[in-house]
Design a protein around this ligand. Structure first.
Ligand code: GLU
Length: 468
């Protein structure tokens, strides 16, 4: 069984690059009917916060990335790490070191002046020292030969072991170090596939050495190229919103963000649009690309519009309701909201567009935009509004046909062209000059609302005449 994991460090929000890594692991596990594990890497106590943990959960839940095991917290697993440190000490793969920081600084400087890497020189390696108050524990690295990372994405990468010194696995205060705990976790959690950003590639040889020392089989590694901004520099705030939840707040659909992030680094022919199910069905590691993905906000926005178009009203209403509530609109799920959505889903790039566009449907008293009212709500329209009311009143049901006839009759009796009638009606019904099609709106609002809005507009024009 394929077992993957996502191990974020809770030192900030979940950014889009991290979300892509999570997605790759999640999709692969789902595609293979495997298992996806969530692990919070919170050993850096100074930088880890509960707020970040909560933000990561919120983002994953919104994206619909669910986990089969966990969340595990590294901060609660120190006894496991302790057991594994002891194993390495017992097997001679680790040793106590009492070199002072000053001494290490000097040996590093010397190594650098000699033209090498700043390395620990192995002073305590063979001393067989016992545990003392300020001793650290170092891993006995091979020192010679090579370590090969067989990367699914990048191919084989050879690292010279002479480059790698005896690194610390446990600090003098008893806390284990990063590379060590990752390996212990991945071994004990049964992880057999590790997909992560290629910024971690340099850690991998050290981790492989630890696997070997512990006698554990290696997982398959895949290091994914980073996501870059349009200027091909590493993604940062300069490139726009970076946190997943910012996209939630800006009215993006989780399926759109998922689709976009997966395509940044993975492809299936030249297909751009994928539903969540299609991604699960089609996602494999072979099609992860070797070049970095370029994050382009405009493309993401266009894809969001496509997903809004393709989503069912039922699904959209779940995501739209919070935006309507935020705008003081107490809409509820149901047929009315569904039909409102159907008039807006081809003309909204975000849920914010959609919520703004939907508000007029729920306002008993339409708020006229000043310019629109000035231009279109004039005495000349009163007659058209009255005629339209007369035409609509006896209709049993509204449909395109019956509404077209009603408007035709009004054109005949008033001698006005369709545009001269439709635009004032639009303002009377919506308060705005831009809206979904006039027949669509009338159908959705229904007879009672339409007639009352037309009557209100007549009254509005009359009142203004008096004021003038
Ligand atoms: N905690 C690491 C990070 O947030 C991930 C480490 C890994 O994938 O091995 O970058």
């Amino acid at each position: 069984m394929i077992i993957t994991r996502f191990p974020p460090s809770p030192t900030g929000y979940l950014h889009v690059g991290g979300a892509r890594t999570a997605l790759f692991n999640w999709l692969y596990a789902r595609h293979m009917n495997g298992k996806f594990i969530l692990r919070i890497e919170d050993t850096d106590i100074k930088r880890s916060t509960q707020a970040s943990v909560d933000a990561i959960f919120e983002a994953l839940e919104w994206l619909g990335i669910d986990w089969d095991e966990g969340p595990y917290f590294q901060s609660k697993r120190f006894d496991v790490y302790q057991t594994y440190i002891q194993k390495l000490l017992d097997s001679g793969h680790a040793y106590y070191c009492i070199c002072s920081q000053e001494k290490i600084d000097i040996m590093r400087k010397e190594a650098m002046t000699a033209g090498g890497k700043p390395k620990y020189d192995g002073t305590c390696r063979d001393k067989g020292l016992a545990k003392t108050g300020n001793a650290v524990i170092r891993f006995r690295a091979p020192g010679t030969g090579t370590t090969i990372v067989k990367d699914i994405i990048k191919g084989g990468i050879v690292f010279q072991n002479s480059e790698q010194d005896d690194f610390i696995i446990c600090r003098s205060d008893g806390t284990p170090t990063y590379n060590f705990v990752v390996v212990v976790d991945d071994i004990t959690m049964g992880i057999n596939t590790v997909i992560r950003g290629d910024d971690h590639l340099n850690n991998t040889p050290r981790q492989i050495m630890l696997y070997n020392a512990l006698g554990s089989p290696l997982p398959a590694f895949g290091h994914v190229p980073m996501v870059l901004g349009k200027d091909r520099t590493r993604l940062s705030k300069r490139h726009g919103a970076m946190s997943v939840t910012a996209y939630k707040d800006m009215g993006y659909l989780p399926d759109a963000l998922i689709n976009y992030l997966v395509r940044l680094g993975w492809s299936h022919g030249d297909q751009e649009f994928f539903s969540r199910d299609e991604l699960i069905e089609k996602f494999t590691l072979e099609n992860i690309g070797k070049s970095p993905g370029i994050f382009d906000q405009e493309k993401l926005l266009a894809l969001n519009a496509d997903h809004i178009k393709a989503a069912s009203p039922e699904n959209l209403s779940n995501h739209l309701l919070p935006f309507l509530k935020e705008r003081g609109c107490m809409a509820e799920k149901g047929d009315f909201l569904d039909s409102v959505i159907k008039t807006l889903n081809t003309r909204s790039k975000t849920l914010i567009d959609m919520a703004n566009g939907a508000l007029f449907y729920f306002q008993e008293n339409v708020l006229y935009e000043e310019k629109a009212a000035k231009k279109f709500l004039k005495p000349a329209s009163i007659e058209a509004f009255k005629q339209l009311i007369d035409q609509l009143e006896p209709l049993e049901s509204f449909n395109e046909n019956s509404l077209e006839n009603a408007f035709k009759k009004v054109m005949e009796t008033t001698g006005l062209k369709l545009g001269k009638i439709a635009q004032p009606v639009r303002v009377a019904l919506t308060g705005k000059t831009v809206s979904p099609g006039i027949f669509e709106i009338i159908e959705v609002l229904g007879k009672k609302q339409v007639i009352s809005r037309l009557q209100n507009a007549v009254q509005f024009i009359k009142n203004r005449e008096v004021e003038d």
